[in-house]
Design a protein around this ligand. Structure first.
Ligand SMILES: Cc1ncc(COP(=O)(O)O)c(C=O)c1O
Length: 387
């Protein structure tokens, strides 16, 4: 039987829901002629600052640029080392190269975020900062992360690109560290009609420098330093602002769907990353450890269920970082995750019928006991198999 393919991302349905409201906003922006650095951009910045409890938000062209500007503003440059995760999307580490500094890749813990015990061992005299990524939308205790950074006297950048709307207890993503970064690319929880990102901080000097960096080093009419051109358009900000108002409804739906998947995987005995019970997960991505991943992907697709892999290659295996890897065996967990993780569709607009179809496709998959052992969260069996 032929199945229609369930959309992996929700942006088409999400955009359809807001299309008429967005049309009016787009009309107003277009007719104003104020396409950049406008009241729409400021309103969006103020709205998300308030949500994260931050004093300043600097909207920019992408989170990739926001991470780079954050490093520059914190004074990171050649000769400095910056700790980051071994498992994420590439800009979480390549921004360090862009700043001329040295990335120090650290293995992850069971929650897929930097293992702070391993990070402690990676601290050296040249360590200047840490980029802490909340992968998939799940936070590691922000108080622990902040205490780690202050104990080692290093700057802290929170890469919350995947964690918009997530929290740890009542502490929202985006509220920790010297600078926090969000992405609004079209696949993200708060998704723009194009590229977009921001950097947040409580420090007005850091905010001022990141504002200068986003537009040619300009401040109050004068050009103070070399800069870039990475602005958020008023059209993007106006659409993001409308979507921001609806986030909590869409986030609840994501969490409801994740709970259905959690229960299904528990019934099947399949493993998934584990987060502290205090985590209010953003459910940007729904990731689990697949038994016999390739076969499962084919089987799911035959039921009209698309999947993705986040992430198939840990950073220490990427050519771009090869010069910075002393010991390739120092990453057992990220390696093990990378070989088994599979992402199911999750978004605020999946229908009940689609979620039920995903669940029954998972249940229909038959697996052997031997394969189940290979997906253990304990990296040792996986490392042996790979090695
Ligand atoms: C963890 C992480 N950091 C940084 C980025 C970069 O975001 P952007 O696409 O807005 O540059 C992304 C997203 O793509 C991401 O997932």
């Amino acid at each position: 039987m032929m199945h229609s393919v369930i959309p992996f991302f929700g942006s088409a349905r999400e955009n359809t829901e807001i299309a008429s409201e967005a049309s009016a906003a787009i009309h107003a922006v277009l007719c104003s002629g104020q396409m950049l650095q406008s009241k729409w951009v400021e309103a969006f910045e103020d709205g998300i600052s308030a949500a994260a409890g931050r004093r300043h938000t600097v909207a920019v062209g992408s989170a990739t640029d926001a991470l780079f500007f954050a490093l520059i503003a914190l004074g990171v440059g050649p000769g400095d080392e910056v700790i980051t995760t071994d498992l994420s999307f590439i800009p979480s580490a390549s921004c360090i190269l862009r700043a001329g500094a040295t990335p120090v890749l650290v293995d992850v813990a069971d929650d897929c975020n930097i293992d702070l015990d391993r990070a402690a061992a990676a601290i050296g005299p040249r360590t200047k900062a840490m980029i802490f990524v909340h992968l998939f939308g799940g936070l590691t205790d922000p108080a622990r992360v902040a205490a780690f950074a202050s104990r080692h006297r290093i700057a802290l950048i929170e890469d919350a690109s995947q964690a918009f709307g997530a929290a740890y207890g009542d502490r929202p993503a985006g509220s920790t560290g010297d600078i926090s970064v969000f992405s609004f690319d079209p696949t993200k929880v708060l998704s723009a009609p194009g590229s977009g990102g921001c950097a947040m901080t409580n420090d007005s000097a850091l905010a001022g420098q990141m504002r200068r960096l986003r537009y040619h080093g300009k401040e109050q009419g004068a050009f103070l330093e070399p800069g870039y051109n990475s602005q958020m358009s008023s059209l993007t900000a106006a659409v993001l602002d409308i979507k921001h108002q609806r986030q909590s409804v869409w986030a609840d739906r994501r969490r409801q769907i994740a709970e259905v998947y959690d229960n299904t995987l528990d019934r099947l005995g399949w493993k998934r990353p584990r987060w502290d019970p205090a985590v209010v997960h953003g459910r940007h991505k729904y990731v689990f450890l697949a038994p016999d991943r390739d076969r499962l992907r084919d089987e799911l697709l035959s039921h009209g269920v698309p999947t993705m892999i986040h992430y198939a290659v840990p950073f220490h295996e990427e050519p771009i970082f090869s010069a910075f890897v002393d010991d390739p065996t120092a990453y057992p967990r990220s390696s093990s995750f990378a070989r088994a993780t599979l992402s199911l569709p999750i978004n605020g607009h999946l229908e009940d019928e689609e979620v039920a179809r995903i669940v029954s496709a998972l249940e229909a998959f038959q697996t052997s006991a031997e394969i189940a052992v290979d997906t253990s969260m304990d990296p040792a069996p996986m490392a042996r198999k790979v090695g």
